[in-house]
Write a protein that binds this ligand. Structure first.
Ligand code: NAP
Ligand code: HSE
Length: 438
């Protein structure tokens, strides 16, 4: 329990985009933060790799530790704020040591929570110390609080949305400017949105980390990152974006999770993949590094959380909100219910789920190719709603064939693609993008 007669004393590990942002926010909003926390929040010590780097903030009032794990053993620190990143390594060592030493932990590290959140939460529960990670999911949007607190009286039926700012920035910039993928990714990195290894963003892994955390909180399930089916955005081309536009859609990386009841208990569906989103859907106008999360509760109805999903200010805002909660002694189970009560849910097969699908084929420009594709669709019982054939793409003389199916089971589309597997008519693997239901 925090003694409100004195400041909440924190140590910051990591002084990059988010860490420096936390120092700036604590300074700029000192008065409102103290009023709401009931005490000052005071940085006591910091650590990063390079002591001499100019970070645009004055570090002279703080003690410096070369070894960040040493922060967790300081008697003058109540809470460790881990803003280094990485699922394992020094970040995990620091978080474990801090909890073992009875200190609270605040982190923005979704990779660490997705991989080790259960063990860390158990360690926090065992010592009744806080472990908080609002900034780990959707940057500045209070969606962890939204699910842990605001909708806690509900059975959550479905959670879905846009959970990666870098991908959303890339897709919406490509849509607006026609710029290419690599150029737009570089800009996202320059703006501080991307992970240290940006393949985590563009391959969908970062969104999968966040989804696994939200699914655990929302459904009372044990975190199961290993069973998030994940596809990134690297195969989405400017031509797909243009086709989607012509059909009345935008393309967004969508993370979605729900629970299906079966004879063998509750099963969890978790997947991240680029989808076509109707321009009428509330997620369609979500552009730039903005994130948006939809949660459907059985009494609350559909809730939409939207805001900046990445960047210094919004992420620091979420980190400091967690610190204010700790100063107020709002602890509680990190994953909303104690780890021992979280349900282990097996992954669900989704072949029986029905929906519309966009398919893009890159094919050789010769007679019979279209007939071969449509025959595979017929044989797999996939009904085509619309089909566009575009002239030659690139220098190779290939042709783009894009189609949208009528509503049907996912397994039929898979079967049609299996029938086309190895066809000499296809000059590149097909791209399959589900159409997000309303
Ligand atoms: P960043 O700018 O790369 O900063 C990382 C910081 O960690 C740097 O100060 C670095 O030190 C320090 N560091 C790295 N390895 C270290 C080591 N072995 N020992 C000591 N210090 C080490 O990263 P960031 O964008 O602030 O992200 C930090 C965390 O927040 C990550 O978990 C990330 O996923 C999460 N997050 C970021 C955002 C965002 O918009 N950026 C949003 C939500 C969550 P030096 O500066 O000396 O190199
Ligand atoms: N790289 C992440 C993103 C940072 O682009 O969303 C916020 O978690």
């Amino acid at each position: 329990m925090h003694n409100t007669q004195r400041p909440l004393r924190i140590a910051l590990a990591g002084l990059g985009t988010v860490g420096a942002g936390v120092i700036r926010l604590l300074e700029a909003n000192r008065d409102v933060i103290a009023a709401r926390a009931g005490c000052e929040i005071e940085v006591v010590a910091v650590s990063a790799r390079d002591r001499n780097k100019d970070r645009g903030v004055d570090l002279s009032p703080f003690a410096w530790e070369d070894d960040m794990t040493a922060l967790a053993s300081r008697d003058d620190v109540d809470v460790i704020v881990e803003l280094v990143g990485g699922s394992d390594g020094p970040a995990l060592a620091l978080a474990r040591t801090a909890l073992e030493n009875g200190k609270g932990v605040v982190t923005a590290n979704k990779a660490m929570i997705a991989h080790h959140g259960l063990a860390l939460a158990e360690a926090a529960e065992a010592r009744n110390v806080p472990l908080k990670f609002e900034a780990a999911v959707a940057g500045g949007i209070p969606v962890v609080k939204g699910l842990r607190e605001g909708t806690s009286a509900n059975r959550i039926e479905r959670i879905y949305g846009i959970l990666n700012g870098t991908c959303n920035y890339i897709l919406s910039e490509m849509e607006d400017t026609g710029a290419d993928f690599a150029e737009t990714l570089e800009e996202a990195q320059r703006l501080g949105y991307a992970e240290a290894d940006p393949s985590f963003d563009i391959d969908g892994i970062d969104a999968a980390h966040k989804l696994a955390i939200l699914a655990a909180i929302g459904f009372g399930a044990r975190i199961d990152f290993g069973n998030v089916r994940t596809t990134g955005i690297t195969r989405v081309t400017a031509a797909d974006i243009a086709q989607a536009d012509a059909l009345g859609y935008v393309i967004r990386l969508i993370a979605e999770a729900d629970v299906e009841q079966s004879e063998n208990g509750a099963r969890l569906l978790q997947r991240v993949r680029p989808c076509l989103v109707s321009k009428d859907h509330p997620l369609a106008p979500v552009d730039g590094p903005t994130n948006a999360v939809v949660a459907e509760g059985n009494f609350s109805g559909r809730l939409l959380f939207q805001g900046a999903g990445a960047g210094e200010g919004p992420t620091a805002s979420a980190v400091v909100a967690d610190l204010i909660d700790i100063a107020r002694d709002e602890v509680g189970a990190p994953l909303s219910v104690p780890v021992s009560q979280l349900v282990k849910m097996d992954p669900v097969e989704s072949g029986h789920r029905v929906g519309l699908t966009y398919l893009r084929f890159t094919v050789a420009d010769r007679p019979g190719v279209l007939a071969e594709i449509t025959a595979a669709m017929r044989d797999a019982d996939v009904s085509i709603e619309s089909l566009i054939q575009k002239g030659r793409i690139g220098d190779g003389g290939d042709v783009l064939v894009a189609m949208v199916t009528h509503e049907g089971p996912e397994k039929s589309v898979t079967q049609a693609l299996d029938l086309l597997e190895g066809s000499a008519s296809l000059t590149a693997p097909p791209l399959v993008l589900p159409i997000l239901p309303d």
